[in-house]
Design a protein around this ligand. Structure first.
Ligand code: G4P
Length: 191
């Protein structure tokens, strides 16, 4: 989507060849008009897929996912990243490894917010290794539901996330696809 590549080209900054800084509009200060455009683009792309619920992971996925859920008139459920000690069988949990941040966390969601038979649109801010979406998919399957689509704000195509998600059969749609980053600038895969 041109609006997202233009914004990254204007305000994004390559920290190094792996990490793109977008804290002025996506994950620290958040441009809500831009998030609204993200919501419209995801809603438009996944229209007609029978989606019943939008899900994301805290925290930077929440803004684009919220605007998508609003646009589609659907509930939004947020996976937590904190371990729930007293679960009493009331939550689903799975361990996810973040390679970018070099941490492991437990993706957690209360069972009552993820009923059986749902068709989930999973939204996230970045696609790097695909670990968050793969972990979410494990939980969603365990709940007897399915991921019907994955919407990503910024995909880094030089990392294997898309390949891994497509190998699991997921339909992945990204608003911007970053091919490479260097001191010379940010290069995009054009649609
Ligand atoms: P993966 O799910 O695709 O495997 O991604 P990975 O674990 O490698 O990265 C997870 C975290 O790192 C996410 O944040 C994601 O937003 C962030 N991230 C990945 N690549 C970039 C990047 O190029 N730039 C920036 N700014 N962030 C990146 P998180 O741990 O979920 O934190 P939060 O900000 O959502 O709270």
């Amino acid at each position: 989507m041109r609006f997202m590549t233009e914004r990254i080209a204007r305000d994004g900054r390559a920290l190094d060849e792996q990490v793109l800084l977008v804290d002025s509009f996506l994950n620290h200060q958040i441009d809500m008009e831009l998030m609204k455009q993200c919501g419209s683009a995801f809603a438009q792309h996944f229209k007609g897929k029978g989606i019943t619920r939008v899900m994301t992971v805290e925290s930077s996925g929440i803004a684009p996912a919220a605007m998508t859920a609003l646009e589609m008139g659907l509930p939004l459920v947020v996976f937590k990243k904190k371990t729930s000690r007293i679960t009493n069988g009331t939550v689903y949990q799975t361990v996810v490894q973040s390679f970018t941040k070099n941490v492991r966390y437990e993706l957690t969601v209360a069972k009552r917010f993820l009923p059986e038979g749902e068709k989930i649109l999973f939204i996230d801010d970045f696609l790097a290794m695909g670990e968050a979406a793969i972990g979410a998919g494990r939980i969603i399957r365990e709940a007897g539901s399915e991921i019907a689509g994955i919407g990503i704000v910024i995909e880094k195509t030089f990392q294997p996330g898309r390949k891994r998600l497509e190998a699991e059969g997921y339909d992945v749609f990204s608003l911007a696809r970053v091919q490479s980053m260097s001191a010379d600038g940010i290069a995009f895969v054009e649609p």
